[in-house]
Design a protein around this ligand. Sequence first.
Ligand code: NAP
Length: 301
Amino acid sequence: MIINGRTRPTAVIGWPIAQSLSPVMHNAAYESLGLNWACIPLGVPDNRALLAFTEAARALPFVGFNVTMPHKQAMLALCDETATLAQLAGAVNTVHCVDGQLIGYNTDGRGLLESLQTDAGFDPAGRSIAVIGAGGAAGAAVTACILARAGRITIVNRNAGRAESLLDRVRGSLRSIAAEALPLEPSAAGSVREADLIINATPVGMAADDPSPIPGEWMREGQLVYDMVYQRSGTALAEAAHSAGARAVTGLGMLVAQGALAIDIWMGDANGQTRAPRDVMRAAAAAELAGQAAATDGGSL
Ligand code: NAP
C-alpha cells in the first residue's frame, strides 16, 4: 500500500482498539480494489474524544469510519442522518462522510445474515431464534431476524429491563413475527432449547477463562449456535454446543461481512456491481488473528 497526497482516510474508532482486525482487513480490501484509501485505528477513550473525532470527520476528507465498542450506541445520536436499520438496532457501526454530513448505518445485522448463509447455510425465514444479550450487537441481530422474516424471536438478557426495551423498540416492525423478552434465568431454558438458532450477542467468551453464557442443558441436537465472539474458537459456548449435539459457528464471518458491507456503502456502487472482496478480507483477518494468538500464546483460531 502506498500512502500519498491523494490518499483518503477511513478509520475504525473504539476503545480499546489495539486488537482490532479492521485495519488489516480493510487495507487488504482497498489494495485489492485499487482504491487509494487507508484505514487507521483510532483509540477513542471517552465521549469527549468521540465528539472531537466526529467534528474532525465532518471537516476532513474522510471516506467514512467504522465504530466499535463502546461507542456504537452513542454514535447514533451524533449522526446527521441514520438508516432505519441503525435506528431499530439502536446502534451505528458504519458512518459515511458525505459533504460534511455523517450518515449512520448498521451493517452488523446484514453481516450476520451474510455469515449465517455463507458459513452455516442457515436461512432464518420462519425459524425460531433466541438472541442472548440486549446491547448493540443483539439489537443488530434482532433487526436481522426481522429483516429475514423469522418466525419467532426470543431476547434473553441478564438485565431483563434492557431486553424489554429492545423488544419495545422493534415491536412496531414485527408484523407477524412472535417475540418475547426474558431474563437470563432458568425460566428461559425452554424457549432457548426450542430455538433453531441461538445467537450469543454478549462478550462472554472473549476471555480464555470465560464460562458459557448459557448452560449446556439449554442446547440440543440439531440446533445452530452462532457465537458473535470471533477472537477465539473453542469457547466454552462452542464446547457446550458440541457436547449437546449442536453446531457452533464463530463470528469471524460476521466481522468480515459487516466490514465488507461498510466498504460497499462507501464505494456507493448503486448497481452492486463492485463488492468488497470478502475472501481477501477474511484471509487478512484470519492471518492477523492467528498472529495475535501466537504473540499472546493465548486464544486459538
Ligand atoms: P454491549 O452493547 O456492551 O452489550 C453487551 C451485552 O452482553 C449486554 O446485553 C450485557 O447484558 C451482556 N453481558 C455482558 N456481560 C455479560 C455476562 N457476564 N453475562 C451475561 N450477559 C452479559 O456490547 P455489544 O456491542 O452488543 O457487543 C457484544 C459482543 O458482540 C462483543 O463481544 C462484540 O465483540 C461482539 N460483536 C461481534 C461482531 C462480529 O462481527 N462478530 C459484531 C458486533 C459485536 P446486560 O444488559 O445485563 O449488561
